[in-house]
Design a protein around this ligand. Structure first.
Ligand SMILES: [Zn+2]
Length: 129
């Protein structure tokens, strides 16, 4: 909360199924561990620029994951969601953090993940309009 009583947006939020209905994916019959998204806006005809983003983490599920698989596996979930915030999409390779299904033991970005991050990092920063 800020001094004037309004809630400031948070980059990361720990939530439960009761707080975030999207943590349940009935179509795939699975529980979602986290969500990451960003908002892009267009400044004329110069393409889109990411202006904000947020990660929502399924606290109870990640707490269980931490106990069963270790904190490194939870960190990989967070890296996956932050990857979405900065513009990475899913990949099919299960040895990469950006694969949509966590693979036990895959706890850091793979070569393809890093290549994607490098390409995204080459984009131009835009000054405030
Ligand atoms: Zn994802």
């Amino acid at each position: 909360m800020s001094g004037n009583g309004t809630r400031q947006p948070e980059f990361a939020a720990w939530e439960t199924h009761a707080e975030q209905a999207k943590f349940t994916n009935p179509a795939r019959g699975e529980t979602v561990r986290g969500l990451g998204c960003s908002e892009a806006v267009s400044f004329g005809n110069t393409g889109f620029t990411y202006v904000s983003g947020q990660v929502e983490l399924n606290g109870p599920v990640l707490q269980r994951m931490s106990a069963e698989l270790g904190t490194e596996q939870v960190r990989a979930v967070i890296e996956h969601e932050v990857g979405h915030v900065v513009g990475l999409d899913h990949v099919n390779d299960p040895s990469h953090v950006m694969n949509p299904s966590e693979t036990p033991g895959v706890v850091s970005f793979g070569a393809g993940d890093l290549t994607g991050l490098s390409l995204l990092g080459q984009g131009k920063c835009r000054p405030d309009p």
